[in-house]
Design a protein around this ligand. Structure first.
Ligand code: F0G
Length: 462
């Protein structure tokens, strides 16, 4: 597979240190076999997340110097507002310190106890914030997303039949579903389903169904530009359009969005809510002041807002996106060629190892994906993240594990940070673990926290 050179020069570097396998065995044991407890200085290639880990451009760094750190109405806020308007078409913007803070403010404004929020697939913080409001989160993605080898080009799509059937049961006396369903959300790309894209046709369809039931549509926009690249590449009739044009159309089907700018706005910290309705904006500002600080800074400094404004337009570069998604594919294809089971097609921001097929002898109650993260670390100092039974959690009533269909290790690639030689190295590490897979043992808890257990749980070999 051809891989074009990176379309940038590297101006600043951060040295990284490779540890020995003996050191890593000691470190991971001390960390309770949980990669979240390993200091990043003891990680050689850190693929824990693509969030807040991007390298900023010279233009973004220069933007820090024009930060106007005013409490109210900094010039950088207006630059951000204008950039969001140009890129997404939304006139009203409330900055927040990250994506989940945007969820907190938006859901506090719109979601009430007893309501239900459908999404193609909720990210875990989104689900947690829906539940925090006393509402329920349901996932209505197409079935293909649960099949690790289905080659549907838009595996992140919402199942429009499921959505329609769902909304039909929620219609109230006013003839809409609005009293029970405050919004329909669409996550682009679908992170929890393997970084899979959502098509324009599907977004249009969601809008039409939601309109029939009088329900607003919001986009969880964390990886909107990567989603647009897939549309340009795969959706019939879209090849001649610019990414900017496709992005505009994507958002034209929504009433607003929540954004974790730590992904596709190429910054280390930041987020926002954007919307069309002035009335909703007014209502949301009340919560924004309470949770995030004044409505023109949202827990951030002016310089952060400036970097975000600049990143939001930079990410639309097709050269950048081709390199970005190409790098993820470059890693994924090496694994496929070596017979390593991964989620297909390869997604936008990460390669997801399929732990059920990688370690078929380890039952789900011995956490095969968690065990695989441990082995990748011991083998080569590579840090991925478990997206499987440990993350899914246990039933609060019975304490029993909830077993997800997909048991995965996500290798998320930070934007503009690693070179293709780093990817070659990661592929080698994964292949070496795959070659010795029959020797890998499962894990059991020595400490299981009651909520969000994946972050602080401790394990030992079973
Ligand atoms: N929505 C999606 C689709 C996400 O992937 C994330 C974060 C959020 C919302 C929340 O944003 O972290 O800025 O508060 N995803 C990170 C990840 C943590 O590693 O996938 P946040």
């Amino acid at each position: 597979m051809s891989h074009e050179p990176e379309p940038y020069r590297i101006k600043v570097i951060e040295p990284i240190r490779k540890t020995s396998p003996e050191e890593r065995r000691r470190i991971i044991k001390e960390a309770g076999y949980n990669l979240f407890a390993v200091p990043s200085e003891d990680v050689f290639i850190d693929l824990l997340t693509d969030s807040g880990t991007s390298a900023m451009s010279d233009r973004q760094w220069a933007g820090l110097m024009v930060g106007d750190e005013a409490y109210a109405g900094s010039r950088n806020f207006f630059n951000l507002r204008d950039a969001v308007g140009r890129v997404m078409g939304f006139p009203f913007v409330i900055p927040t310190h990250q994506g989940r803070a945007a969820e907190h403010v938006l859901f506090s404004t719109l979601v009430k106890p007893g309501q239900v929020v459908p999404n193609n697939m909720h990210f875990d913080t989104t689900k947690a914030h829906v539940e925090h409001r006393g509402a329920r989160a349901v996932n209505l993605a197409i079935d293909a997303v649960y099949d690790p080898v289905s080659h549907n080009p838009f595996k992140g799509d919402m199942d429009l039949d499921k959505l329609e059937a769902f909304l039909k049961t929620k219609v109230g006396p006013d003839g809409t579903a609005r009293a029970e369903v405050p919004m329909v959300m669409v996550t682009v790309t679908c992170n929890s389903g393997g970084g899979q894209p959502v098509s324009l046709a599907n977004l249009r369809g969601v809008r039409q169904v939601a309109d029939r039931y009088g329900v607003p549509v919001f986009i969880d926009a964390a990886r909107f530009a990567e989603n647009a690249f897939f549309i340009k590449e795969r959706e019939p009739g879209q090849q001649g359009r610019s990414i900017a044009d496709i992005v505009k159309e994507m958002f034209s089907y929504a009433d607003g969005c929540t954004m974790s700018a730590k992904k596709d706005a190429l910054v280390n910290m930041g987020g926002f809510i954007a919307m069309r309705s002035e009335e909703l904006y007014r209502l949301a500002t009340v919560w924004a002041v309470l949770f995030e600080g004044f409505i023109t800074y949202g827990g951030l400094a002016g310089r952060d807002l400036e970097a975000m404004a600049r990143g939001l337009e930079e990410v639309l570069s097709e050269d950048y996106l081709r390199d970005r998604i190409g790098q993820v594919r470059y890693l994924g294809q090496q694994l496929l060629d070596a017979g390593v089971p991964i989620i297909e097609p390869i997604g936008g921001h990460a390669v997801y190892l399929d732990a059920k097929r990688f370690l078929p002898r380890i039952p789900q109650d011995r956490f095969p994906a968690q065990a695989l993260t441990v082995e990748l670390y011991i083998e080569g100092g590579v840090r991925g993240v478990e997206i499987g039974t440990v993350l899914e959690g246990s039933d609060p009533a019975t304490g029993e594990n909830i077993y997800p269909t997909l048991e995965m290790v996500r290798l998320a690639i930070p934007r503009r940070v690693y070179t293709s030689r780093h990817m070659d190295y990661v592929a080698d590490v994964v292949k070496r673990v795959h070659a010795r897979r029959d020797s890998v043992r499962g894990l059991k808890f020595t400490y299981e926290p009651p909520v969000l257990r994946h972050f602080t749980a401790r394990f030992e070999p079973a």
